[in-house]
Structures are given as C-alpha cells and as structure tokens.
Ligand binder design. Structure first.
Ligand SMILES: [Zn+2]
Length: 340
C-alpha cells in the first residue's frame, strides 16, 4: 500500500472514447502515471503513442466539432486529432511559414519573446512519440566553447525516425551540412529538426501525426557517422530536447512545458555549425583514443625499468616522465606504473 499509482489518462477523452465505442485501439496510448492523487512538483511522464512505421492514414473523418477530426489508419485503428482545416487557419501554420529556409523566424529577436511561454505538449488531441531511442553521443549546449543547437543520437543507417508530435512538414530537402533534413512545425508551436537522414518520407505541406515514420536515419551532410541530429525550437530558438524527452526510455518528461527565455541557447548562433560539430567530434575521438591507450603495469619480483621499457616498447626516460620517478628509483612489488 506504500505506493499507489493512479493511472490518469492525459486525455480523459481517449478513455471515454474507448469505452463508448468499444474500440480498444492503443495498448500504449498516451497515459500519465501519477503518484497519489495530490499534485506533486515532479512532472508526470507520458508514454509514447503507438509507432506508426508502415501504417498510413487512409481517411480523415469530420466530427460534429469543426475543430476535431478522426484519422483512420490502414490497420483499422483511429485517433482523434485537431482537424486540418481548423489548423490550416491557425496563425501557427501561417505566421513565418517558410518552406525554403531552414530557419523561418530569423527576424524574431530572442528578447522579444515572453519571459515564459506555457506549451501544451500533449492533451486529448495532441499525442507524442519519441523521434528515436538511443545513446546520446553529443548533448545540447556549449561544448568546448562551441554551440550545439541539438543533440546527436547514434543509430544504424536505415533505422526509422518518427514525428514527435502532430503537425505539418515545413521543410523537407537536402540542406547543406544538415544533409537530408525534415522540419516539422507542430500544433503546439514547437518545431523539430531531423538531420542527416538517409531517406525522407514526407514532403513540405504534409500533415503528420505523432509516431508517423518521417524518414530513415543516416549520415548525409556534414557528419562523422550515422546519427540523428535532433533539434527542438520555439520561434527559431533552440532549447535542450532533453527538457522534454527522456531518450533512454522514450517517454515524454511532462505533459506541459513552461518554456522560459533563459532555456534558449545563450550562444545565439542561428544555424547549427556542423564544421564545429565535426571538429569537436574529432577532438573527442582523439581524447577517447588517448584515454583508451593508457596502460598500466603492476610491478612483480624481478621487474626493472629497463626491462619494462623493452617489454612495452618505450624508454626508461618516458616511464620516469609518466610516473614522476627517477631512473634510479627502486621499484616496489605491487606498485602500479603507467607504461603508456
Ligand atoms: Zn548534432
């Protein structure tokens, strides 16, 4: 009885729908887990919706509300979504709608944004799906004095990449250092960037739903190996995707995000500089190799510096440097000497 978990559907309507229509559709539908019934400080994590890999939309049906449509998928499942006609009129998909430039909000200055902007990430109409689950090889933010506008997740070329939320494709083409790039503007105003793709499955103007496959991971553009470079931006300003997504579990960290101006990169470079990214990756790799090359020897009876130098292909002078000892120092049995 110590731990009582209350399962509360983000979208109570989801539950109501399922009961009323007896369509049991999403075993992994958007559900909030909450400890106790009391509101806690800890944000509620949200599980991803079903993956829509090879599933496609076959029809969209109107409902009594002009705001809400039902999307039918070709595997006999369905979902309530915000109706496209309704969204098409919204300022989100009209203001700064640029299908040519990677950055649509170049004239919007950071200091003109509100101190804090509440953003609803999921609710009864808005779903979520991780873009890709994997090991983060480079995080968001300053790294070695350079700005990384997104984060990198290692993958195998050809792995499917999914739309994070519902929305409309604003950009889909090869874009220089980004390689094959898809940018989706979501109903909540956020934009997500998916770079270095080996294949793009969506085109500009396509309406997409969370969990829909939008392309395949790859290494196109300025890239050191197959990975997803993933950015989340609001009005063009990038912020750390880990604020909203746990890339280990694929869960959304919170249903609602209070986006503060200070969350945006203090390195106010607009474009991701992939030359920086590649250079930093090279330095990291060199350091990793150097660290991996470090080798130790535990002194045994009969060991001498001269013998150890021969054994490890080095010199007595180098051994002395590495260990801060003199060539005349007496070695102790069990002593740990760095030999490389
Ligand atoms: Zn990156």
């Amino acid at each position: 009885m110590k731990y009582i978990f209350l399962l509360v559907a983000v979208c109570l309507t989801y539950v109501v729908q399922a009961q009323e229509t007896e369509i049991v559709e999403q075993p992994d539908s958007t559900v909030i887990e909450r400890k106790d019934s009391v509101e806690t400080e800890k944000p509620m994590s949200v599980r991803p919706v079903r993956t829509l890999g090879k599933v496609s939309v076959i029809d969209t049906l109107a409902t009594e509300s002009e705001m809400i449509s039902i999307v039918l998928f070709n595997d006999n499942t369905w979902r309530y979504v915000m109706s496209e006609n309704y969204k098409a009129d919204s300022a989100i998909f009209n203001d700064h709608w640029d299908t040519v430039a990677t950055h649509a909000y170049k004239d919007v200055e950071l200091n003109t944004l509100p101190e804090a902007t509440p953003i609803r990430l999921v609710d009864s109409l808005e779903s979520y799906h991780y873009p890709y689950i994997g090991r983060i090889t480079s995080r968001y933010g300053p790294r070695r004095g350079r700005a990384h506008q997104g984060l990198d997740i290692a993958l195998k070329t050809g792995d499917p990449i999914y739309a994070t939320f519902d929305g409309k494709v604003r950009f889909s083409k090869a874009a220089g250092n980004y390689g094959n790039l898809v940018i989706i503007r979501h109903n909540n105003g956020l934009e997500t960037y998916y770079a270095h793709l080996s294949q793009r499955d969506v085109e500009v103007g396509d309406w997409v739903v969370a969990g829909q496959q939008i392309g395949l991971g790859g290494s196109t553009g300025r890239s050191t190996g197959p990975h997803l470079h993933y950015e989340v931006r609001y009005k063009g300003q990038s912020f750390d995707p880990e604020r909203i997504i746990d890339f280990k579990t694929g869960e959304l960290r919170r249903a609602e995000l209070l986006l503060k101006r200070r969350h945006f990169s203090i390195y106010a470079k607009y474009e991701q500089d992939f030359d920086d990214e590649v250079e930093v990756a090279k330095i990291d790799e060199a350091e990793r190799k150097a660290a991996a090359a470090v080798q130790y020897h535990t002194v045994r009876s009969g060991d001498t510096l001269g013998a150890l130098a021969r054994k490890y292909g080095t010199t007595v002078t180098r051994l002395c440097q590495l260990n801060g000892i003199k060539s005349t120092s007496i070695l102790r049995i069990g002593q740990r000497l760095r030999v490389r």
